[in-house]
Design a protein around this ligand. Structure first.
Ligand code: BGN
Length: 346
């Protein structure tokens, strides 16, 4: 009798916990807003579906490009040739592009209007290879796109995620509905991996040669990812306070998981990439705070992100192959004196 009572009470308690969990999840935004005082996250969470541009009424008389482009070839050969120069790649590609690295398919309205955002500093050699291979691929995919290189000014600590937010903030002025965020050293080797948007945020670089064409861990979300405008706004963009290498992509995974529960991915053949091997960058040492930061993403994501972004544009250069935006991202916050004392005494 006692045992039955115990079982019944346990079942009821479990149900209450589950119900509380469900309630918490459904009220997640308002609960966190109350806790943090953040009021700026809008209702984009309810608008997650990706709506192709060519469905808009003003485009009713023109043909949408087909779902699958007839120009795709599947796997293609990629070999890094260090004799290539920016001039040679410009000569090769300029007739296909408009100023600022923009392209539209000539014969149909693209399903995707995509801003490609590349966080950058001192990697011109890699950019040459990227432009040589990725521009033609994006054109085979029949995308309406523009390439935005976001160059961190000065020699301070690198801030990849903040550069992504700045890329979004600058590119949105040109009215994109889809955003690809990619490292400059990642070259896709299968053009069926569409650099466009889907009903969920998408991880494109799932099979990189550096990781033996496998995911190094299940929740990895670095390298190249895509978000529709509303998906990006729903997660409040990327964090701004990850200074140095590592963890910012895990933070974005957490943000995405909070809002969408899962991400989408191509299969492991389609999602193949070559990574350009290079030495570690200057002023991009592993961020010692990354472990502590990603523990708190669920709490910090509404305070720190696109809605709290602050930066200064130093220069905008419209080249034929890309728009190059040099920005001042500021400096990392000073380490609190108490922590400084602890590190010096240890
Ligand atoms: C992970 C990094 C990612 C990086 C991948 C692949 C961290 C945080 C640890 C809690 N994450 O280890 O940022 O993209 O490796 O290199 O360091």
């Amino acid at each position: 009798m006692q045992i039955i009572k115990l079982v019944v009470i346990t079942i009821i308690l479990c149900q209450l916990v589950v119900l509380f969990g469900l309630w918490l999840h459904s009220n997640y935004i308002s609960v966190i807003q109350k806790m943090t005082g953040a009021t700026s996250v809008k209702s984009h969470i309810f608008d997650q579906r990706f709506e192709p541009d060519c469905n808009k009424p003003q485009n009713a008389n023109t043909t949408c490009c087909p779902k699958s482009s007839p120009h795709l070839v599947g796997p293609f050969h990629v070999e890094f040739n260090w004799d290539r120069t920016m001039e040679s790649v410009t000569t090769e590609l300029s007739s296909t592009l408009l100023e600022g690295g923009r392209y539209k398919p000539p014969d149909c309205i693209s399903l995707h209007k995509v801003a490609i955002i590349i966080p950058f500093r001192n990697r011109h050699r890699h950019l040459i290879q990227w432009l040589h291979y990725v521009h033609p691929m994006l054109q085979r995919q029949q995308l309406n796109y523009g390439v935005y290189v976001i160059n961190q000014d000065g020699e301070g600590t690198f801030n990849r995620a903040k550069l992504m937010n700045i890329g979004f903030a600058e590119a949105i002025k040109d009215d994109y509905n889809c955003f690809v965020f990619t490292d400059v050293d990642l070259i896709p080797i299968n053009d069926r991996n569409i650099y466009g948007c889907f009903n969920k945020p998408r991880h494109l670089s799932v099979a990189i040669d550096k990781f033996n064409f496998r995911l190094p861990y299940l929740n990895i979300f670095g390298g190249a990812v895509t978000f529709s405008k509303s998906q990006y706004l729903a997660i409040n963009g990327f964090p701004n306070d990850f200074w140095g290498w590592g963890g910012e992509d895990d933070d974005i995974y957490q943000r995405t998981a909070r809002m969408f529960l899962t991400v989408s991915r191509p299969d492991m053949q389609t999602g193949r990439f070559k990574m350009i091997r290079h030495d570690a960058d200057l002023h991009n040492d592993p961020n010692p705070r990354r472990f502590e930061l990603i523990k708190n993403t669920h709490y910090t994501m509404l305070k720190d992100g696109y809605t709290s972004l602050k930066y200064n544009v130093k220069k905008v250069e419209k080249d034929r192959l890309y728009t190059f935006i040099t920005v001042d991202v500021g400096t990392p916050p000073l380490v609190e004196p108490t922590r400084l004392q602890n590190t010096t005494t240890n």
